[in-house]
Design a protein around this ligand. Structure first.
Ligand SMILES: [Zn+2]
Length: 252
């Protein structure tokens, strides 16, 4: 965890977050943990934009957002943080403003870059928890390697057509993403068919996982992969096994 001065809840916080502070095993302590948390979200598209919006709504104190490039027309079926008037302009110029419309107290660090070998150590170092929403598999594996190196929890979110999948990695306690995928799956596609509602669903689930891990609430998907198919509303959880010879988290 990064060391920052602990901020207590104010009466204004209590007024906004009252309904979620009624959640059992969350309360004032859970809210205080969110307020003092920093979350790094890699790519703020259909999934990551929803993660960011829900975490801003829940009162997470600080978000670090990384996503290069400008808004395109074909982003708008799912990237709900973006708006039609922003087509052709940088996503990272709009995302902080949209999030602060919802939560003016939010501290946002917008980074107009995608994760690379050059910036990942610094970006993961900014956060207590990372949410991986990049559609590029090499970025997911890079992120996995860095969170294991820095010992930080990772919520990994993915989608395809009407399907989504999520898992949470806590280094030292769970298998990592490379235990499941030692290399990029040959079928992985950078551009793929998807509805915005599927992206939003994965993003809401990812945000809830992040809240649970930060607040010590409920049972996160530790060592488990949740997969769902909204075509027939099937939800399944399957155990992920740790590979003793994993190149990232194994003994070597
Ligand atoms: Zn591993």
């Amino acid at each position: 965890m990064t060391t920052r001065p602990d901020k207590p809840l104010t009466d204004a916080d209590r007024a906004i977050y009252e309904w979620q502070m009624w959640v059992s095993s969350f309360g004032e302590e859970g809210q205080r943990r969110l307020k003092n948390a920093s979350v790094f979200i890699s790519r703020v598209g259909g999934v990551g934009g929803m993660v960011a919006y829900e975490l801003a709504a829940a009162g997470v104190g600080r978000l670090v957002l990384a996503h290069a490039g400008n808004v395109r027309p074909d982003d708008l079926n799912r990237q709900l943080l973006m708006t039609h008037d922003w087509i052709g302009r940088p996503r990272m110029d709009l995302a902080p403003r949209r999030l602060r419309e919802l939560n003016p107290s939010l501290d946002v660090l917008p980074v107009p870059e995608n994760v690379t070998e050059a910036n990942i150590e610094r970006l993961v170092g900014e956060a207590d928890l990372v949410v991986n929403c990049a559609p590029v598999f090499s970025e997911r594996l890079l992120m996995n390697r860095e969170v294991v190196r820095q010992g930080k929890p990772l919520v990994d979110c993915a989608m395809y057509e009407l399907e989504g999948q999520l898992t949470t990695v806590v280094p030292g306690r769970t298998p990592c993403l490379a235990c499941l995928y030692p290399s990029e799956p040959p079928t992985w596609q950078r551009r793929f068919p998807v509805f915005g509602a599927v992206a939003g669903m994965v993003g809401c689930l990812g945000a809830m996982e992040a809240i649970k891990v930060l607040a010590g609430l409920g049972e996160p998907l530790l060592g488990q992969m949740l997969t769902f198919d909204l075509r027939d509303m099937t939800f399944r959880k399957a155990a992920i096994r740790r590979r003793p010879d994993c190149a990232v988290c194994g003994q070597h």
